[in-house]
Design a protein around this ligand. Structure first.
Ligand code: CP
Length: 323
């Protein structure tokens, strides 16, 4: 693995999942792998889970992790080629990234989309410019369109949950990605990425449900069954992944915010006692009800705790590739 930007960087998902679960069983088994290596964690946007879990993962491999909150502490970066920098940006990425490439062995970056211009966001300019100019492996900590460390975690969590069942289901698990209401327009990253990974994994019956006009980009969802009927989608589900996203076609908007789309215990009755997942943070009683989050079917805490093992497996694969 050279970079980790999307599922396309992963030659074998199952192998990476097993690697992560092996780290969960024995976190310090590769403590010497990253000795004298350093990772830079660059945040252009807020984070709790991604920041902490990636730091812990690096430390479990013996790496030093340095966090740099570019949004608060850094110079405003310019990403456009040939920009005339007479506005608010102070330093071009083609000047900053090569320096970071000399300070660090791996660079990890979080950059959210602006949600103003779809073409700009979906070009993934920011992360591509870091890859172009840093000259070292780059890991996405969530980019404009994808959140691959979250999605790897989600597959790990689903696989682990299935393995822990008293009897593994004879059928492929039914995984449902359901849209949920929210008060703000949110990126499509988590939903895009989850769809891309579940499709690439190929071990589930995959259904996506959302209100009309919330279609995601087909490049990520192709292969899934898509329906606007949430009850129909939830029928017999083994896993329900709850997430809000803003509109893709008429970009970055909220159309419907129908509270009926919030997952409740009544809706849970339609499922096969489904496990409920969410990447967090979650708006309680807007996206997901208290009764679900505090109930026995929620696996959101174990899901978030598995972020460490996903990050550790990815960093380890990159270190081994480059050693
Ligand atoms: N799920 C996730 O990426 O959480 P943070 O935004 O807190 O990192």
């Amino acid at each position: 693995m050279i970079n980790f930007i999307s599922v396309k960087d992963v030659p074998d998902i199952d192998k990476l999942v097993l690697k992560a679960l092996a780290y969960k069983a024995n976190p310090f088994k590769d403590l010497s792998l990253g000795v004298n290596k350093r990772i830079g964690l660059l945040f252009l946007n807020p984070s709790m889970r991604t920041r902490l879990s990636t730091q812990i993962a690096a430390q479990n491999l013996g790496m030093e992790a340095i966090v740099f909150n570019v949004d608060k502490d850094g110079w405003a970066l310019e990403f456009e080629e040939e920009a005339i920098m007479s506005g608010s940006t102070v330093e071009h990425v083609k000047d900053a990234a090569p320096i970071m490439g000399r300070y660090f062995d791996i660079l990890a970056i979080r950059t959210f989309p602006g949600l103003k211009n779809r073409e700009d966001d979906y070009s993934e300019l920011y992360i591509k410019q870091f890859i172009k100019y840093a000259g070292i492996p780059v890991v996405s900590l969530e980019s404009a369109t994808l959140h691959p460390l979250q999605s790897l975690t989600d597959i790990i969590t689903i696989q682990e949950t299935i393995t822990q069942m008293p009897a593994e289901p004879a059928h492929k698990p039914k995984i449902v990605l359901t849209w949920a209401p929210h008060v703000k327009p949110l990126p499509q990253c988590v939903a895009n990425s989850f769809s891309q990974w579940v499709n690439a994994w190929g071990k589930a019956e995959f259904v996506i449900t959302h209100p009309e006009d919330y279609e995601l980009d087909e490049q990520f969802t192709k292969g899934a069954i898509i329906t606007h009927n949430q009850d129909e989608a939830l029928a017999g589900a083994d896993f329900v992944y709850v997430k809000n996203w803003s509109t893709f076609h008429d970009y970055g908007r909220i159309y419907c915010n129908d509270p009926e789309w919030m997952m409740t215990n009544e809706k849970l009755e339609l499922t096969n006692a489904a496990k409920i997942m969410h990447c967090l943070p979650v708006r309680r009683n807007v996206e997901l009800s208290d009764e679900i989050l505090d109930g026995p079917n929620s696996i959101v805490t174990v899901e978030a705790s598995n972020r460490v093992w996903a990050a550790q497996a990815v960093l380890s694969a990159i270190l081994k590739q480059n050693s």
